[in-house]
Design a binder for this molecule. Structure first.
Ligand code: IMP
Length: 181
């Protein structure tokens, strides 16, 4: 285990098994749909979207969006900025937003509304992790990997200051790591 990690919350095998289950669920729900468009929210969802896509049986197209919140003051109002938009016209497409973690839910609430305005045939949300204690926005997660406690986690795509994304597991970061910076 990495020295900056207090403990491992989810082992790689647990994650892999759950991601396969989510893919099976999605495959069943979209049995009549020829092609799904997975929209990954950069950068935290990268490992998740790749593993999910590999486990899906149907045709899958991938696109990515990058967003950033304006900081604490505006986070509460849900004001988010699009840093990199989709390359795909999603009108008439079956879209699944793939997100790493839902915390307050403001990011996803914004994203959902933003993509809904582009008239997709359907729009659902798939998130690997949910910290329900911190929720302030009303978002429905259609496909969820795991509920987790209110701890700051890294690994499997999730970062702190761009580090730890490459850890194969999801672990709780030692508080002294972010206090020490
Ligand atoms: P929300 O808008 O408050 O739901 O924030 C969601 C975003 O915050 C996620 O996409 C992550 O980028 C980031 N985030 C929230 N909690 C964590 C965490 O524990 N580790 C790493 N990133 C997190």
């Amino acid at each position: 285990m990495h020295q900056d990690i207090a403990y491992v919350l989810l082992e790689h095998d647990q994650i892999t098994t759950r991601v396969r289950e989510l893919a099976q669920q999605i495959d069943r729900d979209y049995a009549d749909v020829d092609e799904l468009l997975l929209v990954g929210v950069l950068k935290g969802s990268i490992m998740f979207i790749v593993d999910l896509a590999r486990s899906l049986q149907r045709h899958v197209a991938l696109d990515f969006i990058a967003i950033s919140s304006y900081g604490q003051a505006t986070e509460t109002s849900g004001v988010v900025r699009v840093l990199k938009d989709l390359e795909t016209d999603i009108s008439g497409r079956h879209v699944v937003i793939v997100e790493d973690i839902v915390d307050s839910g403001l990011t996803l609430a914004y994203l959902r509304a933003n993509l809904q305005r582009r008239n997709p045939a359907s729009l659902r949300i798939c998130a690997l992790l949910d910290k329900p204690e911190r929720r302030t926005a009303d978002v429905v997660i259609d496909y969820l990997g795991f509920h987790i406690p209110n701890e700051f986690v890294v690994g499997y795509g999730l970062d702190y200051a761009e580090r730890y994304r490459n850890l194969p597991y999801i672990g709780v970061l030692r508080p002294e790591v972010y206090r020490g910076r």
